[in-house]
Design a protein around this ligand. Structure first.
Ligand SMILES: NC(=O)c1ccc[n+]([C@@H]2O[C@H](COP(=O)([O-])OP(=O)(O)OC[C@H]3O[C@@H](n4cnc5c(N)ncnc54)[C@H](OP(=O)(O)O)[C@@H]3O)[C@@H](O)[C@H]2O)c1
Length: 281
């Protein structure tokens, strides 16, 4: 039975389908996004009932209850968690996949884009995790879809980079806070992923560093998340070679400055190849 939309936030408590489901619950933010969609499918196939957060909500599907939530609004995050608490169910898996990038050079521009990126990429994952932790059982898992931008400073995307650096710090600290409770914390660090976000980023002057290696598929990232749920690890870089290089470069900023022109050249070539493949060159 489809949930009745009473006030836009009552989907959780009014969904008969959810109330009768005995499946473990997984909550995914950015569930309607490029990575979110295949991730939700994989979670359902693996036996979860998914609480799918997005701004638009959408129709209830078998084992997927959509929840409208604008993550820039803390009061909406609180309402979502209050509804989950009213269900009296545990949330086994929490995946933070929502994200926003607005490329802009510092020195001018749009402060609203600053607040939005920090709110969606950093503040919302912190608030949602804090509020939901009492409802996550031992053996539960919190997964952050981070970005290689958490290790590689991206020219022209300093706010996104700052938000993802911050998110990495939060995840690593959180893991220590919840270890005794038996809750796993993982972060996935993709380079470029072929999703609407990447296309918007290219169209708005995003960094060619995204294309030093070919973009991953969204389903490939979803598969990595599923692998983490089976075998928890703190951090996974995709591709792993970029992760090793990026971590080394962070320790040696001078070498990074030397190597950057070579990477940018390789990235511009990769970008042309990607655009060619899309018939956009
Ligand atoms: N694509 C890449 O190249 C890439 C690379 C590295 C890391 N990542 C990370 O991967 C994650 C998923 O990105 P994606 O590629 O799947 O991007 P996407 O296709 O643009 O999806 C992003 C999702 O974020 C949600 N979102 C944005 N603003 C929101 C808000 N105010 N409230 C609630 N939800 C909001 C959107 O939900 P709505 O349905 O409400 O619009 C959208 O579904 C992000 O954290 C991103 O930083 C992506």
């Amino acid at each position: 039975m489809l949930a009745k939309r009473m006030d836009g936030f009552a989907l959780v408590t009014t969904s008969e389908h959810l109330r009768s489901s005995t499946r473990p619950l997984a909550l995914v933010t950015g569930a309607a996004g490029g990575i979110g969609v295949p991730l939700v499918s994989r979670l359902v196939a693996a036996g979860y009932h998914v609480l799918a957060l997005s701004r638009s909500g959408g129709e209830e599907q078998p084992f997927v209850t959509p929840i409208p939530c604008d993550l820039t609004k803390p009061e909406q995050i609180e309402q979502v968690v209050a509804q989950i608490a009213a269900l009296d169910r545990r949330v086994q898996v929490l995946v933070h996949s929502a994200g926003v990038i607005v490329p802009q050079r510092m020195g001018g521009g749009d402060t609203a884009a600053v607040s939005c990126q920090l709110a969606v990429n950093l503040e919302a994952p912190i608030l949602l995790t804090m509020k939901l932790l009492p409802h996550i059982p031992s053996g539960g898992h919190v997964v952050f879809i981070n970005s290689m931008a958490a290790l590689v400073p991206l020219e022209g995307s300093s706010i996104y980079t700052a938000s993802k650096f911050g998110l990495r710090g939060f995840a690593l600290s959180l893991a220590q806070d919840v270890r005794k409770r038996g809750i796993h914390v993982s972060s996935v660090f993709p380079g470029a992923v072929d999703t609407p976000m990447l296309k918007r980023e290219i169209d708005n002057g995003g960094s060619p560093l995204n294309f030093v290696t070919a973009p991953a598929t969204a389903d490939g990232i979803a598969a990595i998340v599923m692998g983490l749920l089976r075998r928890p690890r703190a951090e996974v870089f995709c591709p792993s070679s970029d992760g090793i290089l990026a971590q080394l470069m962070l320790m040696m900023p001078r070498v990074w400055r030397l190597i950057l022109p070579i990477l940018l050249k390789k990235g511009r070539k990769g970008l042309r190849k990607y655009l060619d493949g899309q018939g956009r060159c």
